[in-house]
Design a protein around this ligand. Structure first.
Ligand code: PLP
Length: 369
């Protein structure tokens, strides 16, 4: 039996998303072509745009389709990092210490804002940085991909508003899993494969209609805001995935996650953010102090369980988690595995995982801190 517990790397494809993808494979046309097949493709594209806009209580012109979450984040930094007076007067980029590399790598000049021990952004540091740095673009994720910890976005919106700062939110992990609103944001980024769609589509959702300078120039697609032919099947499956994800009762998944937490604590593990910060329903970061994360990952893999160390987008690299380091977890940052439950996880799978985890912990032991 192989059990996949790495949904934050990529969600399991949802049936609704598979069907939508198949339906969108047939039109032969390019959505930018004016002939009949092109118009048919265009209809699918615009219907997907309308539905995604409806999901965010936005207008269709506020949706810019991209290739995924990384591109949507990069586009936000590119577009909103520019000053009102043009690219020469760049805004200062302020980013949370626990951001995904999709934001961390966007600009070497970014100011990094600390998080508290609970993993949540330090609002006092944000306020001070806004006072010191003048016009700014703040980039914060709504939910952390490694720990599931939720940042206080409502409070961050209020602080940014007081300093007239722009605020871009990486909503890649929260979207579909918890209610989340576009209100007060300059933009937010989403990614279809994190919600149960196929890979290859994401979107930058703009807080207000308007032109943004493209990062990818080309044929003027997406109202001149992102060049390149839109991947219809991926876009259609992304929209269907978000709609299905929103219908799901995530408390069922949260209960399974809580079962893992209980068992892990009983085995001597620590859990990042446990009981001190709100978290996504499907995510937990288990720290078995002193036991290299890679060793845990390999043992669990041999036992038939797919989990990850830190951010799975970088799971080729074996380095301590910058997220846990920022939370002051020191050595623990090299001993954490992320378990992220897909939408269709079953109780039997979790009971089997718990047995494997407990037997691993008993063998490797926790050199508890
Ligand atoms: N932002 C967060 C929080 C993520 O977890 C990820 C992927 O893990 C991304 C952005 C990048 O998304 P994509 O894989 O669609 O480029």
């Amino acid at each position: 039996m192989s059990v996949y517990l790495d949904a934050n790397a990529t969600e399991i494809l949802r049936d609704e998303a598979r069907r939508a993808m198949l339906d969108a494979l047939d039109p032969k046309g390019n959505p930018s072509s004016v002939h009949g097949p092109g118009r048919q493709a265009r209809r699918i594209l615009e219907e997907a745009r309308d539905r995604l806009a409806g999901y965010w209580k936005a207008g269709p012109e506020q949706i810019v389709f991209t290739s995924g979450g990384t591109e949507a984040n990069m586009l936000a930094v590119h577009a909103f990092g520019q000053g009102d007076a043009g690219p020469d007067k760049a805004r200062r980029l302020l980013i949370g210490a626990t951001e995904h590399d999709a934001i961390r790598m966007a600009s070497p000049q970014a100011v990094t804002l600390p998080v508290h021990e609970d993993g949540r952004l330090c609002l006092e540091a944000l306020e001070q940085a806004l006072r010191q740095n003048g016009p700014a673009l703040v980039c914060v994720m709504a939910a952390n991909n490694e720990t599931g910890i939720l940042h206080p976005i409502d409070a961050i919106v209020s602080v940014c508003a007081r300093y007239d700062a722009r605020l871009h939110v990486d909503a890649v992990q929260i979207a579909g899993r918890l209610p989340f609103s576009l209100a007060g944001l300059t933009s937010l980024a989403i990614s279809g494969h994190k919600a149960g769609g196929i890979m290859g589509a994401g979107a930058l959702v703009l807080g207000a209609e308007g032109h943004i300078p493209p990062m990818i120039r080309g044929g003027g697609q997406e109202r001149g805001r992102r060049g390149g032919t839109q991947p219809l099947p991926a876009i259609a499956s992304m929209v269907a995935a978000y709609e299905a994800a929103r219908q799901q009762d995530w408390s069922v998944i949260a209960r399974l996650r809580d079962r893992i937490d209980e068992a892990a604590l009983a085995s001597g593990a620590r859990i990042a953010g446990d009981r001190i910060a709100p978290r996504l329903p499907n995510t937990t970061s288990l720290i078995l102090w002193g036991v290299p994360a890679q060793t845990q990952l390999m043992m669990l893999d041999l036992a038939g369980f797919a989990v990850s160390t830190g951010s799975a987008c970088s799971s080729g690299k074996v380095s301590a988690s910058h997220v846990l380091q920022a939370m002051g977890l020191g050595q623990g940052a090299a001993s954490a595995i992320r378990v992220s439950l897909p939408w269709n996880t079953t109780e039997a799978q979790i009971e089997a995982f718990i047995a494997a985890y407990q037997s691993m912990a008993a063998r490797l032991g926790s050199k508890a801190a």
